[in-house]
Design a protein around this ligand. Structure first.
Ligand code: ADP
Ligand code: GLC
Length: 480
């Protein structure tokens, strides 16, 4: 099949979170399975500077209408592997920035224009390049206008650009909501500016475009597919999601086992596997040493790697600060994001410098070292569409402590509730829930035989993309 993906992140060219990994792995796996894949990404500086893109050829000069303005851009293309092409929609004014969405404090003022231009640039390239896609697959709100703009362009030019469209929700908490005056920038017919279109409480909501107009809608775990149909998790779009209840499918992400596999991980000081765990102890010692802790420390080592955002349950963690001050443990957190959380965590590290270390940055190598070197990985998310780190953790023999939501609930079995199958500890997404998980982790740590069994079961699980990609293939086929 010819499949076109559209996303605002794609590893290794731009990444702030799991979206980048998920799109890269899905596209790569589908390419390996013989499909012809194109992925569209905004032409960020980090993408243009990447060695793969250095030789990118400029294939088209595009002129895009945004309301009454005509804006030009470039389309560059390169092929990082067989069957896979990456198209960069370039316009310096919009994408030559370090961060894709904002400056850490707030979103960029021109995000509506940036992502409307991106979506229109994609549709225009599909037309100019005559790609004749079987499936056009848009990810999250930054790409969610594509299904709508595509059909609109087809109508206007009297041609077919794609057989079917798919929209995947990676996170419904981000919807692309903008003031009503943004609507004319889409140049879509006025009848789409109502409750059955993009209109949303006197504003416009770009995610609605994907939700309402794609032929199929998916999200990244079964549990999340159910959750987002409820007011608690739907972030105001639960009613709209319900209208697609028959077409929405939860397809769990996999992990890239070439990158996230302790047996071959080149970013680690030592490698290991379920049959020989010696290397894990080397990684643990190295992790402790990197933070100035005694490498021979015998108590439990907790790790955490995440965006510093409310979603990740940082408030629940801070409510349990005393645990880390009181217990004889070590806690190493790698994260960047909201300043208020960075400051609060910095304060926690200052309260217990002999126990808690904060690495406030984005650091791929360090994220691998934490996954490998920690005994427990903490993920107390308030909601989690899929989550990748709990799967990395299980693959690395690091016991995940997760709240029982979304993909975390779908991928981690509680070892106390189900001793024969448990691979982690899970709890309700509350401060008390996390407190209970932490205290149960101490009991698990004290019982070395049980701990080893939990680790082994996690390492034996298959989280590869093969199964996930097969699920998407089936979905594409069914839709066609
Ligand atoms: P989300 O997409 O909501 O952030 P996921 O669990 O799906 O959550 O994916 C997060 C990804 O980003 C993981 O690959 C994780 O290792 C990575 N990550 C998050 N924060 C950092 C950081 N500070 N340094 C390195 N990697 C990070
Ligand atoms: C989003 C979600 C995360 C998911 C990722 C990839 O960023 O927050 O749970 O794993 O997308 O699908």
């Amino acid at each position: 099949m010819k499949i076109v993906h559209i996303a605002s992140e794609l590893y290794p060219y731009m990444k702030t979170g799991g979206l980048a990994d998920a799109v890269a792995s899905l596209a790569g796996t589908l390419a390996d399975r013989g499909h012809e894949i194109a992925v569209f990404l905004p032409g960020y500086r980090s993408a243009l500077d990447h060695p793969h893109a250095k030789a990118a050829e400029r294939v088209f000069r595009i002129r895009i209408e945004l309301g009454n303005e005509l804006m030009s851009g470039d389309v560059r293309v390169f092929s990082p592997r067989a069957n896979l092409k990456v198209y960069l929609i370039c316009r310096e004014e919009f994408y030559d920035r370090r961060n894709p969405y904002g400056n850490g404090e707030r979103d960029y003022e021109d995000n509506a224009d940036r992502f409307i231009f991106f979506a229109k640039g994609v549709v225009e390239t599909l037309r100019l390049a005559d790609l004749q896609a079987d499936v056009v697959h848009a990810h999250d709100w930054q790409a969610s206008l594509v299904p709508l703009l595509l059909r609109d362009a087809e109508r206007r030019h009297g041609l077919t650009l794609a057989m079917k469209t798919v929209f995947t929700i990676h996170n419904i908490a981000f919807q692309g909501i903008f003031p009503a005056r943004v609507f004319p920038r889409t140049n879509l017919p006025d009848e789409l500016n109502n409750i059955d279109g993009l209109e949303y409480y006197n504003q416009i909501n770009l995610m609605k475009g994907g939700l309402l107009f794609a032929d199929r809608v998916t999200t990244v775990s079964s549990r999340y597919a159910q959750e987002i149909q409820t007011p608690e998790f739907g972030c105001g779009l639960d009613g709209v999601v319900q209208t697609r209840a028959d077409d929405i499918k939860g397809l769990l992400n996999g992990i890239d086992t070439a990158v996230w596999n302790p047996a071959v991980d080149a970013l680690l000081p030592a490698r290991y596997s379920a049959v020989n765990m010696a290397g894990k102890a080397v990684c643990r010692a190295q992790l402790l040493k990197s933070q100035g802790f005694d490498p021979k420390f015998a108590g439990p080592v907790y790790g955490m790697v995440c965006r510093l955002a409310e979603q990740k349950g940082i408030d629940l963690l801070l409510a349990n600060a005393d645990f880390f001050v009181r217990e004889n443990c070590r806690f190493i957190l790698l994260g960047s994001g909201e300043r208020r959380y960075e400051e609060a965590l910095q304060a926690l590290a200052a309260r217990a410098p002999q126990r808690v270390a904060l690495c406030a940055r984005h650091d791929e190598t360090m994220s691998h070292l934490i996954e490998a070197g920690a005994d427990f990985f903490i993920m107390p998310s308030l909601f989690e569409p899929c989550g990748l780190n709990q799967m990395y953790s299980q693959a690395y023999g690091t016991v995940p402590l997760v709240s029982r939501v979304g993909g975390l609930a779908d991928t981690v079995t509680d070892a106390d509730e189900d001793p024969a199958n448990g691979t982690g500890l899970s709890f309700p997404p509350t401060a008390e829930g996390l407190a209970d998980g932490l205290s149960r982790s101490l009991r698990l740590y004290a019982d070395k035989a049980r701990l080893a069994a939990v680790q082994q079961r996690g390492m034996e699980k298959d989280f590869s993309w093969t199964q996930a990609a097969a699920g998407y293939e089936q979905l594409y086929q069914d839709s066609l």
